[in-house]
Ligand binder design. Structure first.
Ligand code: NDP
Length: 792
């Protein structure tokens, strides 16, 4: 092609990035790599996994499959390195993180090319996004390390962290995991995806170069089986996982009862909402960035195009035209927009979904752009007019294909956006900032971009709602995931036995009861238990004090339904505060009566019972005061954006309360939840269930709206299990036995609800430093990051 031809067609000429440095590096290592354990590279062993270049299908390297012995060695090295590393002054750790950032920066081009060859993504993206963002993470976290004492007083590192990452952003996910872990003083065993291990290997070489102490970072290669060995290892204190929801569930089940901290960043099916008043050309570029970026292999891809009816046709016409101009091909060509799909398996999975949708009658429109003859390429495209129930509208395609649907009203847009089990991200396009922020507030997603998509920063928390997982990466919120409050080691919680045998309901049998037979409190009303049976609550000498309902699955279901109807409670923090103050006022008025009941149920002294009521009152006041103060942040992330992290309630949260300090402990769990706008279904201590009676009278007279607090009595573990399995319950706080805690954690994997348990250990409910405070408010909320642009 001569210059005249070029001037006529204005086509891009080839602009290949040289791969000589990377090829030389691979050759110099014989294209065979071992694990990185205790500061050195091991031999590659026998079981060699082939690493392919997705753009050519050629095998470019081999790695070993990590065995139990190797995982054990890596964890042992990390465990040994932990005391010295965690005790280093923050500034010293900061120096290492800074050195990592500097060395990565010096080798930016090398890492960009290596990532592109290993993953198939275009060099344009590795050079402009993956590698600079990874570097930014290390710089940012060097800052947290240096400031750890002042920014996180009273916190300490967790120990050895097991980190498992996927193939779609190999070095970036490594940075998201390793940088905060190290800054906080933890040591690490990381497993890269077996499809894309190469930048992690080059990174390990860089760690040797900067002299990172041995064992602080260990990298073990292998597939899912190796990952599972890390997950189950008893010496690991936290698992941080990014990958599919299916594996996230397995990990939740495998870690149940282990006491391991867990963060899961899972799949998504994110809405991309285009309103009639949007800048359509900008929104079309948003699809290029949101759906076709990284070949669509992005967990937060805005892959559901939700278009307002009036502009849908015009928008799709523009999209078609833009799609035709995308260049798919050699990832190392600087003018390539879309590279290769990561593996033959992933391509087959995507094609299977596309064929399935076509068979269901949906029309796939794809760009007619030429595709290379070899390698694994898929042309960008979208399904026009997909029904929300179509498989492709519900499951992650994880390829360069969107689905489209239309809406008329804002309510319809919200309904469509939230009609998914996922909740990772959302992108909203509108020139009306009032409307866009309303949508941002109503969409259930951990990250919302207004008039933008796929913007990331180390100082902007990232993570999901619903089945997209929990925990945040980046910013202060991400650091908290790698820290714990320094607390004394607790003894196992004492369980006060309660005999839940059904009692006869005849009046004659209740002569010594202090009151009539108690009912559950559901939806603001007293409700008889579905089973119609009650059990005797006795004082420590065995005398019957009253009857409490033996509730079952149906009672919990009714309570959850009532809670679902009370969603407006989240609306106004000042109003919540007023209601909680009123509750304290009414409790104060009835303090003597409640204390007398506590004294009779538990056998404590009059003074102790009075003190428990007084402290409950204080906690009521504290959380009333905090209702409008546990607010979010504006992060210093990128220019021309307000990056807000808003603390939203989790939704409906189950509570299973312990036996100790039965009023104080129950309310110490319920109050932070309702102060932050959640609705609660609480199961009180079975031995002290009569505490519910004054409570529901208090709730009724204090203007707590119906359904905000529901109290259901009976066997704690039976009812907690029902709560753990219930798909409309979004969170569960459980205080009981270690076995009970393990069981609810395991069962929570169904809808991946957020579970906090006492791990069977006693909590000192009287100690304000332990049993109240910002930690509880954080636990009661989830962070939504909203990117709001500013400037014309
Ligand atoms: P996986 O969830 O299987 O892989 C993620 C990581 O977990 C990899 O390192 C993998 O190892 C490892 N792993 C797999 N099984 C286990 C296990 N039982 N215990 C511990 N670790 C395990 O994702 P896939 O690569 O299989 O991709 C499948 C689908 O998942 C994609 O099509 C996409 O829909 C979704 N996905 C979502 C991602 C996200 O960012 N949210 C990222 C990647 C995929 P290895 O790969 O080496 O076998």
């Amino acid at each position: 092609m001569n210059i005249k031809d070029i001037m006529e067609t204005m086509d891009y000429g080839p602009a290949p990035e040289a791969s000589t440095d990377v090829e030389a590096w691979l050759e110099s290592r014989g294209r065979v790599f071992g694990h990185f354990i205790d500061g050195s590279f091991t031999g590659a062993g026998n079981a060699l996994i082939e690493v392919e270049n997705p753009a050519t299908g050629e095998v470019i390297a081999r790695i070993p499959e990590g065995t139990e012995a190797e995982v054990n060695a890596a964890v042992a090295a990390a465990k040994e390195a932990f005391p010295a590393w965690s005790r280093l002054p923050g500034f010293e750790r900061a120096r290492y993180l800074y050195a990592i950032a500097r060395h990565l920066q010096q080798r930016e081009r090398f890492f960009s090319v290596l990532e592109s060859i290993d993953n198939g993504k275009p060099i344009k993206e590795t050079r402009n996004a993956d590698i600079p963002l990874a570097i930014r993470h290390f710089y940012h976290h060097a800052g947290w390390a240096a400031a750890i004492d002042t920014e996180f007083p009273g916190h300490e590192a967790l120990g050895v962290c097991g980190q498992i990452i996927p193939w779609n952003f190999p070095l970036l996910m490594l940075a998201w995991k390793i940088a905060p872990a190290l800054a906080a003083g933890n040591t690490v065993v990381l497993k890269p995806a077996d499809l894309t291990p190469l930048t992690a290997i080059a990174f390990a070489e860089l760690l040797v170069e900067i002299g990172l102490p041995k064992g602080v970072v260990n990298i073990v290669h292998g597939g899912g089986a190796t990952g599972a060995l890390i997950v189950r290892h008893p010496d690991i204190a936290k698992i941080a996982f990014t990958g599919s929801t299916a594996v996230g569930r397995e990990i939740r089940r495998a870690t149940a009862g282990s006491g391991k901290k867990l963060s899961l960043e899972l799949g998504g099916k994110s809405p991309f909402i285009v309103c009639a008043d949007a800048d359509l050309d900008a929104a079309v570029e948003g699809v290029v960035e949101g759906v076709w970026f990284n070949q669509g292999e992005v967990c937060c891809a805005g892959s559901r195009l939700i278009l307002q009816e009036g502009i849908a046709d015009r928008f799709l016409a523009k999209l078609r035209a833009r799609m035709e101009r995308l260049r798919v091909g050699d990832p190392l060509d600087k003018s390539t927009d879309m590279g290769a799909i990561v593996s033959a398996g992933q391509k087959a999975r995507i094609m299977g979904l596309l064929e399935g949708a076509k068979a269901e009658g949906y029309r796939l429109e794809q760009s007619s752009c030429p595709l290379p003859e070899r390698g694994r390429f898929i042309a960008p495209g979208f399904f026009a007019d997909t029904e929300p129930s179509a498989t492709v509208s519900q499951v992650e395609i994880f390829g360069p294909i969107a689905v489209t649907m239309t809406f008329r009203t804002v309510d319809e847009a919200v309904q469509l956006a939230n009609n998914t089990s996922y909740g990772l991200a959302a992108s909203i396009w509108s020139e009306n900032i009032n409307g866009a922020t309303e949508l941002a507030a109503r969409v259930k997603a951990g990250v919302v971009w207004i008039n933008a998509t796929n913007i990331f920063d180390a100082n902007a928390p990232f993570g999901g709602y619903k089945e997209s997982g929990y925990g945040r990466e980046g910013a202060r919120e991400g650091m908290l995931g790698y820290l714990k409050r320094s607390v004394r080691k607790a003894a196992p919680a004492e369980i006060v036995p309660a005999d839940l045998t059904a009692m006869p309901q005849t009046e004659g049998a209740v002569a010594t009861y202090i009151d009539r037979t108690m009912k559950n409190y559901i939806g603001g009303k007293q409700a008889r238990p579905d089973g119609g049976a009650s059990y005797a609550v006795r004082d420590p000498s065995g005398e019957i004090l009253g009857l409490a309902p033996i509730s079952n699955r149906k009672d919990i279901r009714n309570a959850v339904e009532a809670a679902a109807k009370a969603a407006s409670w989240a609306g106004n923090a000042h109003n919540r505060a007023q209601v909680l103050y009123y509750l304290a006022e009414n409790l104060s008025a009835r303090a003597a009566e409640v204390a007398a009941l506590l004294q009779r149920m538990t056998g404590v002294s009059k003074e102790k019972a009075a003190a428990e009521v007084r402290q409950t009152l204080e906690r009521c006041f504290y959380y009333a005061g905090m209702a409008d103060k546990h607010d979010g942040l504006i992060h210093a992330a990128k220019p021309r954006h307000l990056t807000l992290s808003v603390k939203e309630p989790i939704g409906i949260v189950g509570v299973a309360a312990p036996d100790q300090s039965p009023l104080l402990s129950l309310m110490s769990l319920v109050l932070p939840l309702i102060a932050t706008g959640n609705r609660v279904v609480a199961v009180p201590s079975p031995a002290c269930a009569l505490i519910v009676q004054p409570l529901y009278q208090l709730l009724n007279t204090s203007d707590v709206p119906a359904g905000v607090v529901n109290l259901v009595t009976g066997d704690r573990d039976t009812l907690a299990k029902v709560l753990a399995e219930h798909d409309a319950v979004n969170g569960l706080w459980y205080c009981g036995t270690a076995e009970g805690a393990a069981e609810v954690e395991r069962l929570s994997a169904g809808n991946l609800k957020q579970v906090w348990t006492n791990n069977g250990l006693a909590i000192d409910w009287v100690d304000d430093a332990v049993a109240r405070g910002p930690e509880w408010l954080d636990r009661a909320t989830q962070v939504k990051t909203i990117w709001v642009p500013y400037g014309a």
